[in-house]
Ligand binder design. Sequence first.
Ligand code: GCU
Length: 595
Amino acid sequence: MKKEQSGNYQADIHNALYEEEYLTLRLDSTGLINSTGRKTESLNGKWNFGVDLYDTCRRAQWFKETTHTAQGDPGPLDWDWEAWDRITVPASWNLERKELHYFEGFGVYTRTFRYIPQETGERLFLRFEGAAYRTSVFLNRTFIGTHDGASTPFNVEITDTVKTENRLVLVVDARRSPVRVPMENTDWFNYGGIYRDIYLIRTSKVFIKDWFIRLVPDGSFSNIAADIELSEACGNGKALLEIPELNITQEITISQGKGSLVFPAKPALWSPESPNLYDIFISYGTDQVQDRIGFREITTKGQAIFLNGKKIFLKGVSVHEDHLELGKTTTPQIIRDTIRDIKEMKGNYFRLAHYPHDSRFARIADEEGILLWEEVPVYWAIAFENPNTYKDAENQLAELILRDRNRASVIIWSVGNENSDTDSRLAFMSNLAKKAKALDDSRLVSAACLINHEKLLIEDRLAAFLDIFGINEYYGWYDPDFSKLPKLLHNSNPQKPIVICEFGGDARKGQRGTEADLFTEDHQKRLYEKQVETIKACPYIAGTSPWILYDFRCPRRLNRYQEGFNRKGLIDADRKTKKPAFYVMREFYLSLTSE
Ligand code: GCU
């Protein structure tokens, strides 16, 4: 449609389609570089911050810093970078200032930084570990690109725009929307802002962009596959892969920027009981990277899951990235404390719900010997018919897999949670499952599916595309008729492993009553006892991750016991007070002898 012209047109107030310009340059998984083991320069700290309710920074192009009119006279400005209050990066802005607690709009972050090249031909990248939800990046008055997705990393090359003295402006849009991933209705708190680390990475002109090193899942536990990708498709020659503790030095031929090799090796296998990790070094030209990798095999056969050829039961619990003081921001200590809690429960597995958690979780789980289910937030009623929504979901899945596929602790990629079994959902999520397999030939793919309540059957067309059939069931809570659970399990005869990804019920810490009184610890404990008793009796359940380890913020939960929190935690949101049901799970997991 031809845009109407008018003599008094002003872009900053009349251009209703202003955002289109900022969606022309997409920062996505194709540009992602593996930053593991690389020297980085942090840009964390205090940034100036403006609450930009109407997205005026992008409408009126504040980032261009036009301070004078075309006639050269100083014009009135609506922005004032250095005069704005400062905010901490990384942080969930909701917990930084009282007035930002429920803020879900546009926030403008800005700071300066100095850059002095250290070698000729050096390239410079800006890297974000996570910013919620849409981030538009501006450097030295230039639009660099926009990233969608609240929980996955992205980076952008700024070699051609960076100067000695630099001004960085970031517009972060935390709005929820029916066409985003997740969409606007979820059961968790929508934290906003640059809530994970942001830093600079220097590289040589041609560098090692990515690598994927794993045990070939052929049942021999004695072949390692290595894929290496350079920054340039034209790169040729040899890369060198070294695993000193295995006396391995392998040359990998690179052509058109890529190289792959499978070679014999007998590593000590990684497992929760013995989380063996090996230092690996990859070099190409003047570039060298290093990583710490565990070698293990995860497969399924019939209704069972096998780790390194041994049948296992996933003794787990679900967990959100939600902290009373920090929101969605986390720290290595919080991660270690979370792992301490699952170990106290005698578990070996976490379902990291419902989106990719901080990259350090998988790194620390590698060291601590914890198995992980990682998930993209294809949650509930996603716009399955919308091609842009699919692109967003697939990109978030690719960014997650590229970020974590060298982490032994990650055994399952989940393509979503509790989606209605429609044709458009089947197409959308089966394509995600295929994408996961294409990016990673060494892990299992699952999703948390819903029960067919009409037939009281474990049934979902998506299961045909999954290795593990995850199910959420709330018998004893949302469906008070607990007798349906044994009937459901008896009616069903799944041809692949079933993991119960969610069961549970709310209890406010210290709330006492009878076993019939909802929201009491007594009711929750009895519910868990009945669940565990029934699960124990079912031979084809290969794991459980009850909902959930800690109470968490949730704007949908407003009764007198919840007060804005989902109280299904086995531990209160204080991350200290364990409820009686915690010990029911501990007893259950203690009782499971390792087959
Ligand atoms: C659902 C959903 C969770 C939610 C939980 C609940 O199964 O997957 O995100 O928090 O149930 O209702 O508490």
